[in-house]
Ligand binder design. Structure first.
Ligand SMILES: C[S@@+](CC[C@H](N)C(=O)[O-])C[C@H]1O[C@@H](n2cnc3c(N)ncnc32)[C@H](O)[C@@H]1O
Length: 258
């Protein structure tokens, strides 16, 4: 992964991840999980995935592209699963370790430092579209298949392009279409056993919403004048516009090895 502070993805996933953890620590522990789900995770989508994955207490869950670790912490709190995080951005790795104390490895999803069949469960949330394109997406899906043993389950949260061309897309993202995703899944020898539209799921509870809003306000107050937060906000705003105009959609999927 590049180390260019003016790169909007670097800003969003590394620098702002670090600032988010600092803000959460100052606001208090009840802010950690909502703050750590800045990417894609929100309770209804995470609940759907956890009900589909059916983790046992103490079982290992590989979280690939884990970001600040909020979804992993949500999973651990609601099911007793034991997350191990893989994330390429060093400040995001440190943020996840600071907030939640989970084991974190700095790694790219296309070359995971886990043995074949290391776990029965893995998930990868909001990561596919942030990779460099279809070749990396296929490599990521093959790695997920490799590290999950036969009979295991994989949860995916993806943003999909509905239209051929997107107006003013966020920089550095590559959104597959639904057909493109299914072609990649087939090539990775993964079956889709369940799917749901995450936009149709219930909105987060008021307390969750209030906490994420408080984190955003505090980030803005402290870092609003920086190019990094401006760039990260611009990326989020563009994704929001594409979702609300129907050019992008978001889904959760349960996958199994063929
Ligand atoms: C939208 S965030 C989602 C973070 C987290 N999964 C969540 O839902 O809160 C996307 C994450 O994917 C990570 N990422 C980008 N490219 C990656 C790659 N090639 N391998 C693994 N992670 C990657 C980014 O660093 C970032 O933390």
């Amino acid at each position: 992964m590049s180390r260019d502070p003016s790169d909007p993805m670097e800003a969003e996933f590394d620098t702002v991840a670090k600032w988010t953890a600092q803000v959460a620590v100052d606001l208090g522990p009840q802010y950690y999980v909502p703050a750590g789900c800045r990417g894609s995770g929100q309770p209804a989508a995470l609940d759907w995935l956890l009900q589909s994955l059916r983790p046992a207490p103490g079982e290992l869950l590989l979280d690939v592209g884990a970001g600040v670790g909020g979804p992993a912490a949500y999973a651990a709190a609601s099911t007793g699963v034991r997350p191990v995080l893989a994330e390429p951005e060093p400040d995001a790795c440190r943020a996840a370790a600071t907030l939640f104390g989970f084991p974190v490895v700095q790694a790219d999803a296309t070359a995971l430092p886990f043995t074949d069949g290391a776990a029965r469960l893995a998930w990868c949330l909001g990561v596919l579209c942030t990779t460099s394109g279809p070749d990396a997406q296929l490599a990521l899906l093959r790695e997920l298949r490799r590290v999950v043993r036969a009979g295991g389950r994989i949860g995916l949260l993806v943003f999909l392009a509905v239209t051929g061309t997107l107006d003013d897309p966020p920089r550095g993202n590559h959104f597959p279409t639904s057909a493109g995703l299914h072609a990649l899944l087939g090539r990775a020898e993964l079956d889709v056993t369940a799917v749901a539209g995450s936009e149709d799921m219930p909105a987060p509870p008021a307390a969750w919403h209030d906490r994420t809003a408080a984190v955003e306000r505090e980030l803005q107050r402290r870092f609003g004048s920086t190019p990094q937060l401006t760039a990260a906000n611009e990326q989020s705003h563009r994704i929001g516009q594409l979702l609300s105009s129907g050019q992008l959609t978001s889904q959760v999927l349960l996958l199994e090895r063929k």
